[in-house]
Ligand binder design. Structure first.
Ligand SMILES: NC(=O)c1ccc[n+]([C@@H]2O[C@H](COP(=O)([O-])OP(=O)(O)OC[C@H]3O[C@@H](n4cnc5c(N)ncnc54)[C@H](OP(=O)(O)O)[C@@H]3O)[C@@H](O)[C@H]2O)c1
Length: 295
């Protein structure tokens, strides 16, 4: 059985990935309590002790707005610490799988266009800047996959879908930004992509790894409410209006759609975001057949 050192094994993605990988791999999972990735000696020691075939990094400072006020801390976790893991991977000759984000891109493409892996990143937020440094550091492993994902939601963590469902319980109307475009991605889809990458071991490099299709936060919310049979109204607002309401919030890309052509070319085809959302809501809402609940 191949060995995996799974870092950030209690996060939203890491928790689900751990459960899935344990069926086929010998997994050693770490959390911030057992391995702080900013501690280089500890990271090296853990990797040398485990001698993994794969090191997967799901740990990160993921509060996008929080990064604006805590950029130094975010940089140490999302940026510098990734070099520790890359060096440990190199030393133990293991393959490094690192998770990155669509927010490394400026997001100023026309809406019908996608970012490909070879396009130039230029983040508009502190989170994006820290994750971009992380990408550069991940490459130092030599044998690496950087999987850029987006708008991630899953059962084991705080996320946009849960927030909208929670808010809908006390409100008749919610205002949601309708001029930012991206691909909502379920942790289940991303786990399947990671498993496929581990099995197929395609050429090392960056792979865009989201669900297929795209939407806006506004239409995403409408779809969540449609599938969950929630009657709360959704009112569209612009990013500018949102920024006026929440001046501390981070700037975000207007269009951060990622092309999946490179992923598909190696035989990994993610499902459409709508069907992934439906599957997630079945579990989240414990509904046997969500189609029965929708109008
Ligand atoms: N969530 C999204 O919408 C989204 C979008 C695009 C990309 N991504 C990327 O996807 C990956 C997984 O995200 P996620 O949403 O699953 O994240 P998450 O739920 O926030 O999990 C991240 C984990 O990393 C841990 N961590 C923080 N600092 C650490 C440190 N110094 N050492 C070790 N562990 C540390 C956190 O612990 P604490 O909770 O105790 O701090 C948490 O358990 C990340 O790389 C993220 O950047 C996420």
């Amino acid at each position: 059985m191949k060995k995996v050192l799974l870092i950030g094994a209690d996060g939203m993605l890491g928790g689900e990935l751990r459960e899935r990988l344990e069926k086929n791999y010998d997994v050693v999972g770490t959390t911030i309590e057992t391995l702080d990735i900013t501690d280089k000696d500890a990271v090296m020691k853990k990797a040398e002790e485990v001698k993994p075939d794969f090191i997967i990094n799901c740990a990160a400072y993921t509060n996008v707005d929080g990064c604006e006020t805590h950029e130094e801390l975010a940089m140490s976790v999302n940026g510098s610490a990734v070099a520790n893991i890359a060096e440990a991977a190199k030393k133990t000759d293991s393959t490094f799988i690192h998770i990155s984000t669509d927010y490394v891109f400026p997001g100023n493409l026309p809406v019908e266009k996608f970012y490909t892996e070879d396009m130039m990143p230029a983040p508009v937020s502190a989170y994006g800047r820290t994750k971009l440094v992380g990408e550069e550091n991940a490459k130092k492993a030599g044998k690496y996959y950087i999987l850029r994902t987006a708008w991630l939601y899953g059962l084991g963590g705080k996320n946009f879908v849960k927030t909208m469902l929670k808010l809908s319980k006390d409100r008749d109307e919610l205002t949601v930004v309708n001029d930012q475009h991206g691909s909502p991605t379920s942790t289940t889809t991303l786990c399947k992509i990671i498993e496929n990458v581990m099995e197929k071991e395609p050429e090392y490099g960056i792979y865009h790894s989201t669900n297929e299709g795209f939407t806006t936060w506004y239409d995403f919310t409408r779809k969540i409410f449609e599938f969950a049979n929630v009657s709360t109204k959704v009112k569209p607002i612009s990013s500018q209006e949102y920024k006026t309401m929440y001046p501390q919030s981070s700037d975000r890309p207007t269009n951060s759609q990622l092309s999946k052509d490179k992923l598909k070319a190696v035989g990994i085809v993610p499902e459409p975001w709508e069907s992934a959302l439906k599957e997630y809501l079945k579990e989240e809402l414990k509904v046997a057949d969500i189609d029965q609940t929708t109008r």
